[in-house]
Design a protein. Structure first.
Length: 320
């Protein structure tokens, strides 16, 4: 993995330095699906890449009929997966936009059916099941929690367990599962803290899943709370960020593509903890690539990112 150097502007594309994915996104915008088929087929054995590529492609395809057309013209596991992802995004967007819209239930049923179809075509691929997991925040299943959680929060534990049997450390699955317990989706702060700690402690020290508590911390951020911005300076959060920096961050050099979002959470935590030296290294590893989270939780993402980079002595966009 080599992100490239910062040359004066941020690159906000979620494809980042996955060049094949970036080209496929361009083709999807132009109404063509052949290159989308190629990048999804190439990643059938790499579940992390397949999950990321299918989600990015779906975000581009969701406002067109490309996924439906591909599935009708050349049905197969990759077409079915993109359709499942597109249907998932449409259902979630509708729910976020208007909880009272009568189309919400229909879109959720369409998405569920699409996920089930994709799962049947490639039973060992966790990606369609992860899409189903994302949908659970709409119907709020209440399976009992396993032992080891202080709050014992009910949730989609059975579906999550099935995904873990296919891929024990699936990144998106863990983040989708954690988000089920966020307050904005009907959960609670105590439950999300509990789940984040439980899942991260299960993961190897070198895993990006160790970042889950940092994601929960950003989600729980309340700018009106007393000394809110000093939360990251508390000893447990400094220790958590530095542990991830020492254990996981050195592994990033071996990644196929730059894990921009995970790096952004780590850089943000280090910056907020006033560990600018370590944050500078993480920002440098990101190259020009940027993600809106976690910065958008604190204001305009470009302004917040620029503020952090400048504090670390790094170049920022011209005029930034």
């Amino acid at each position: 993995m080599a992100a490239g150097s910062f040359e004066g502007q941020y690159v906000w594309s979620p494809a980042a330095d996955d060049r094949a994915l970036a080209r496929a996104c361009m083709d999807v915008r132009a109404g063509r699906y052949l290159s989308a088929h190629e990048v999804l087929r190439e990643a059938r054995e790499d579940f992390e890449v397949r999950a990321h590529r299918s989600l990015v492609l779906a975000s581009v395809a969701a406002d067109s009929d490309l996924a439906e057309r591909w599935l009708a013209e050349e049905p197969g596991p990759d077409a079915a997966l993109l359709w499942a992802r597109v249907a998932m995004l449409r259902a979630l967007r509708m729910a976020d936009a208007d909880a009272g819209d009568r189309r919400q239930g229909a879109l959720a049923r369409i998405a569920q059916s699409a996920c089930e179809r994709a799962a049947k075509l490639l039973p060992d691929d966790p990606t369609p099941w992860v899409a189903q997991l994302a949908l659970t925040r709409l119907d709020r299943p209440q399976d009992p929690a396993p032992q080891g959680l202080l709050t014992a929060p009910a949730g989609p534990w059975y579906l999550f367990a099935h995904i873990l049997r296919l891929d024990p450390w699936h990144r998106e699955a863990h983040h989708r599962f954690l988000s089920f317990f966020f307050t904005r989706y009907g959960g609670s702060s105590s439950a999300s803290w509990d789940v984040a700690a439980f899942l991260s402690q299960r993961a190897p020290a070198t895993s990006p899943l160790r970042l889950l508590p940092l994601a929960a911390l950003v989600e729980d951020y309340n700018p009106s709370a007393l000394l809110a911005d000093h939360t990251w300076e508390q000893p447990q959060w400094i220790s958590a960020a530095l542990s991830i920096y020492h254990q996981w961050f050195p592994r990033v050099a071996d990644y196929r593509f730059t894990p921009v979002l995970d790096l952004a959470y780590l850089a943000h935590a280090l910056f907020m903890a006033k560990h600018e030296f370590e944050a500078r290294e993480v920002f440098t590893a990101m190259g020009p690539y940027a993600s809106r989270m976690p910065w958008s939780a604190f204001g305009d993402p470009e302004e917040q990112l620029t503020k952090a980079r400048r504090s670390c002595g790094l170049p920022v966009p011209h005029g930034g």
